[in-house]
Design a protein around this ligand. Structure first.
Ligand SMILES: [Zn+2]
Length: 315
């Protein structure tokens, strides 16, 4: 990287990249949609009477909804170009850093938001890193700081949002057509004293389920303590390998080199009652369905890693 280019992009640090007024005040309808989508059942967000008796004194918005109150929406896209952030993106694009991925987000809250609060943001270019080599490619980390305040000017929170602008094709996982490197191994599981027995059993083609030695409840994934009775004593039982698809996704991106895509991954409800995440196999990605009966099939992926997969039961 030339010193000139580094100096050129550092000139953007500290510049204000724009302001945004929220379209709507903090309101119960958007909060209800949010908590239902998130599965958050805390009544302080939706129950006026319970909220009145809580330490908040009235209903509050989930703190992590902060950015939702100023989202521009699909039909309110302003003309792009002209802000220092747009100019910075153009400079980086021009130097070949045309790809982008979000990497970090940190939020800080000054107070809870209540129905009727109306927010505005100010975005500042906080920092730009020197050139870094990452697994995705060479690039610059760009951090923006978003300050949230009410329309009356009271600060309510802030967010640091970091992206990586990188050159496509410069990452460590890129292969060329002439020489195709050996296929990388699957990511290793994070083994610890609680889950090691499960992976050891898998190597022997035994699908096991942890069982509380005191109350007999089955649990997965493995963990040290029984959720039901609190006991730390546990053993395991062997599963039949029969189950149904409780839910599933088909992953297209991001693509990790050791997997084939599209990659169907299921949340399998075993007939013993526990669920586990596993690859789906034996059918096209489009053929898997919720509640489909499936049966265990072992995948010996490499000498150190065997994992269960599930295929549709042939009727
Ligand atoms: Zn127990």
């Amino acid at each position: 990287m030339s010193i000139d280019f580094y100096d050129q992009i550092q000139k953007f640090v500290g510049l204000e990249a724009g302001t945004q007024d929220g379209h709507d005040e903090v309101n119960q309808a958007m909060i209800r949609h949010w908590v239902e989508a998130m599965g958050d059942e805390n009544p302080v967000y939706v129950d006026a009477q319970l909220a009145a008796e809580s330490i908040h004194g009235e209903r509050i918005a989930p703190p992590v909804m902060l950015q939702a109150w100023v989202m521009r929406g699909l039909k309110h896209r302003p003309e792009s170009g002209g802000s220092p952030q747009d100019d910075l993106m153009n400079v980086l694009d021009g130097a070949g850093f045309t790809s982008v991925v979000a990497t970090n987000c940190e939020q800080e809250y000054d107070r809870m938001l209540h129905l009727g609060d109306h927010l505005r943001t100010r975005t500042i270019i906080d920092s730009i890193s020197d050139e870094k080599q990452t697994a995705l490619g060479t690039g610059h980390f760009l951090t923006t700081r978003v300050e949230y305040e009410t329309l009356e000017g009271e600060p309510v929170g802030r967010m640091l949002f970091r992206i990586l602008k990188f050159k496509p094709g410069t990452g460590r996982s890129v292969s060329t057509e002439e020489e195709s490197p050996p296929r990388p191994l699957r990511p290793r599981p994070a083994l610890n004293r609680d889950n090691q027995f499960w992976f050891e059993a898998a190597k022997e083609h035994r699908l096991v389920i942890q069982k509380c030695s005191d109350c007999g409840v089955l649990r997965h994934p493995p963990r040290p303590r029984c959720d039901k009775c609190g006991s730390y004593e546990h053993g395991a039982v062997e599963a039949s390998g029969k189950g149904t698809i409780y839910s599933f996704v088909v992953i297209h991106y991001p693509q990790v080199p050791s997997f084939d895509y599209p990659l169907p991954v299921g949340l399998i409800a075993l007939e013993e009652g526990t669920r586990l995440v596993a690859d789906l196999t034996g059918a096209e990605a489009s053929e898997f369905k919720i509640d489909m009966p499936v049966i265990l099939e072992w995948q010996d992926l490499d000498p150190d890693l065997t994992l269960p997969a599930f295929r549709p039961v042939k009727l």
